[in-house]
Ligand binder design. Structure first.
Ligand code: AQP
Length: 326
């Protein structure tokens, strides 16, 4: 079976962009893949975090993993900082990377744009992500397409080490969905939907109540033309809503366009509220059942143990190739 690895940062409530771009794939893949899913808390501290809030966020993501349908009997689910191999391999990879290639990462450029001096961890974030992936001999990485560049640098690093030291790493492939690959912000459809954007109506979080979902969708930015037609270039707002509708309902975009021929944005948005609520309400119900349970903690401890066993094997192999230790 092919190995799958992916992760989500515990930086706040998971939104429908995270879900449609990445998490939905996690669930599908666990049927016929050997899956490892991580809550990447070490990545989250590349930006300042309140320790108490961070702990809660870690448990929220873990509960949401289970609520969307991840099954600990099929997938390894764990918290990144509980497996020391991630940072150890990151250092080894860092010594095989170049500052020039890291400077080209668009996520670093965007996130450091407004700060006078960005944390070094934000700069080296892609190397930690490469270590996360390579540590598990990963074949497939399901992610949103904002992560394309990071997957590329992971592949480059794996190939570079393999060329220099002989076959050490599996070279992974990214897996990007068509409809949910990049869900855009509801108030600015030229920017991606993000957990950390200031305006809460720019996103729909998986834990939002029906009222909030309604408000965010009804006030989302569209255009003055009023026809429900997909054109990301000239009509990014309605195109983004069509993508969301399509990903949640399973209908193709053309089919949806036909269904709403001659009807206005108001009608379409009202139905999109229903489609969205119907998809995420069952997730919320399961989340509330799991969130405070001891079972959740046991699953994470068990997951960390299993992840450690795999990661130690990889590190032993890597250290041998590099001539590290005795
Ligand atoms: N808007 C998006 N559309 C589709 N996929 C998305 N992803 C993120 N935003 C979108 C995918 O979700 C997975 C988890 O993302 P992450 O938690 O690692 O952080 P991120 O990419 O930095 O996401 P956010 O929500 O924008 O967080 P903040 O605001 O904290 O930076 C990844 O697979 C990602 O591709």
């Amino acid at each position: 079976m092919k190995r799958v690895f992916s992760g989500v940062q515990p930086t706040g409530n998971i939104h429908i962009g995270n879900y449609l771009g990445a998490l939905k794939q996690f669930v599908e893949l666990q049927q016929d893949h050997d899956c490892v899913y991580c809550i990447v808390d070490l990545h989250s501290i590349t930006m300042p975090q309140d320790p108490k809030v961070l702990r809660e966020n870690i448990m929220d993501v873990a509960a949401l993993y289970l609520a969307i349908g991840l099954d600990p009997k099929k997938s390894i689910i764990f918290v990144q900082s509980m497996v020391p191999g991630h940072t150890e391999l990151a250092w080894i990879l860092m010594c095989n990377s170049y500052t020039g290639e890291l400077s080209r990462m668009t996520q670093f450029k965007q996130k450091s744009r407004d700060s006078e001096s960005a944390p070094t961890g934000l700069f080296t974030y892609p190397i930690l992500m490469a270590a996360d992936i390579l540590l598990y001999d990963t074949d497939v990485v399901p992610v949103g397409n904002d992560q394309k560049q990071h997957i590329e640098i992971t592949r480059d690093l794996a190939e570079r080490v393999n060329n220099k030291y002989g076959k050490t790493f599996v070279v992974p492939d990214g897996r990007f969905l068509k409809e949910g690959a990049r869900i855009m912000s509801l108030d600015d459809p030229t920017a991606k939907m993000s957990k950390s954007a200031e305006n809460i109506h720019s996103r729909i979080s998986l834990l939002d109540d029906t009222n909030k979902i309604k408000k965010s969708i009804m006030r989302s930015t569209t255009d003055s033309e009023g026809t429900i037609h997909y054109d990301m270039g000239s009509k990014p707002g309605i195109s983004n809503l069509l993508n969301i509708y399509s990903a949640f309902s399973g209908l193709g975009v053309v089919e949806i366009e036909k269904k709403y021929e001659g009807r206005g944005y108001g009608d379409f948005k009202k139905d999109l509220v229903d489609v969205t609520v119907e998809a995420i309400l069952p997730i919320q119900q399961r989340y509330h059942e799991i969130r405070k349970s001891q079972e959740l903690i046991d699953i994470l401890k068990d997951g960390a143990e299993k992840a450690n066993t795999i990661s130690e094997k990889t590190l032993t192999r890597v250290k041998e190739k590099f001539g590290l230790g005795l």
